[in-house]
Ligand binder design. Structure first.
Ligand code: 3PG
Length: 395
């Protein structure tokens, strides 16, 4: 986008795919990060005199019009953030959209309705893509969070417009996430948490090829312990992933990657915020109890392992941080990373729950980069080609 000059853009209708799939509660936006993340691109385009036509999905309406998934509140918030009017359309294709676009002056901004009200969006239907493209001269994709989907608005449209480029957000996400695995400042430490090994296999496998140390936390540790032959009480275990857990640990050893599992855990007598809790060594998990957080020794070991690192990639919480009683591991890691950033370490938070965690702790501003993509950042770290990005490269 930086390569597009005012003469390329002035008076041009620019279709911009953004990811405004923001969390909502009762019609109110509970986190506007994704809207704010799109502002640099929107401002760049409007300042160069483009007519900006924003499009996004919200939720998974599967081709049905759902009032609760309209982008109306997003339009209001966007207009506040931009400090200017946003023309909100009630559809994303058709005559009303064409009329609204024809009414735009240079520097104006329009927001189309939820793309997924049409099932053709997710089906990457060529006719639908053509209709979307028909109101524009150029295409900019800045929807990093949706770049792992080959949909009409992320992939299909690029076949119908002569210029298709990435916006600032996509460029920034790629710069941090790709560099983190391809040319990292070393030592590179990966911290992977979350409840299931199964959802993180790909990322663990790829990171094992790239990182110097791998720290594992969250519910998935119990699958690793069980694979080692330890008793884990009532803790969450993926029985069908025991062999895989063993293989991942063996691979780490083979590659000389330091593989760190917590040495102690906080166990609870049931899954509840007010459950009885105690801290035990991982060899002593009592029968009938379940692990919900990493313990203080583990926190200390992880902090020591992180002390000398050049960069860190963190994906997934250390425990059930939604319950204050079991949030200490996750909070300690968040604080540790915030401190490391100040000392010059590159800290990257890859999407989803770990982002919610650093926000809960109030240290989000202190990280080098917080990804706006959950699935997209995971797939990128897994080394997969993201169709939304590939389409731009091809175009
Ligand atoms: C996300 O929130 O991860 C993106 O907006 C993609 O949403 P999806 O998983 O429904 O495609």
């Amino acid at each position: 986008i930086a390569n597009l000059s005012a003469s390329d853009l002035e008076g041009k209708r620019v279709l911009v795919r953004v990811d405004f799939n923001v969390p909502m509660d009762g019609g109110k936006i509970t986190d506007d990060t994704r809207i704010r993340a799109a502002l640099p691109t929107i401002n760049e385009l409007t300042s160069k005199g483009a007519k900006v036509i924003l499009c996004s999905h919200m939720g998974r309406p599967k081709g049905e019009v759902k009032d609760s998934l309209r982008l109306t509140a997003v339009g209001v918030r966007l207009s506040e953030l931009l400090g200017k009017n946003v023309v909100k359309c009630d559809d994303c294709i058709g005559d009303a959209v064409t009329a609204a676009v024809n009414g735009l002056n240079n520097g104006d901004v329009a927001l189309l309705e939820n793309l997924r009200f049409y099932k053709e969006e997710e089906a990457n239907d060529a006719e639908f893509a053509k209709k979307l493209a028909s109101n524009a001269d150029l295409y900019v994709n800045d929807a990093f969070g949706t770049a792992h989907r080959a949909h009409a608005s992320t992939e299909g449209v690029t076949h119908h417009l002569s210029t298709s480029v990435a916006g600032f957000l996509i460029e920034k996400e790629l710069e941090f996430l790709q560099k983190a695995i391809e040319a990292p400042k070393r030592p590179l430490v990966a911290i992977i948490g979350g409840s299931k090994v199964s959802s993180k296999i790909g990322v663990i496998e790829t990171l094992l090829e790239k990182c110097d140390k791998l720290i594992i936390g969250g519910g998935m540790i119990f699958t690793f312990y069980k694979a080692r032959g330890l008793a884990v009480g009532k803790s969450l275990v993926e029985e069908d992933k025991l062999e895989l857990a063993k293989a991942l640990e063996a691979k780490a050893k083979e590659r000389g990657v330091e593989f760190l599992l917590p040495t102690d855990v906080v166990v609870a007598d049931n899954f509840a915020p007010d459950a009885n809790a105690q801290t035990v060594a991982v060899e002593n998990i009592p029968d009938g109890w379940m692990g919900l957080d990493i313990g203080p020794d583990a926190i200390k070991t992880f902090q020591d392992a992180l002390a000398d690192c050049g960069s860190v990639i963190w994906n997934g919480p250390m425990g059930v941080f939604e319950f204050d009683k079991f949030a200490q591991g996750t909070e300690a890691i968040a604080h540790t990373l915030a401190g490391l950033t100040e000392g010059g370490t590159i800290t990257i938070i890859g999407g989803g729950d770990s982002v919610a965690a650093v926000e809960k702790v109030g240290v989000a501003e202190k990280m080098s980069h917080i990804s706006t993509g959950g699935g997209a950042s995971l797939e990128l770290l897994e080394g997969k080609v993201l169709p939304g990005i590939a389409a731009l490269n091809e175009a």
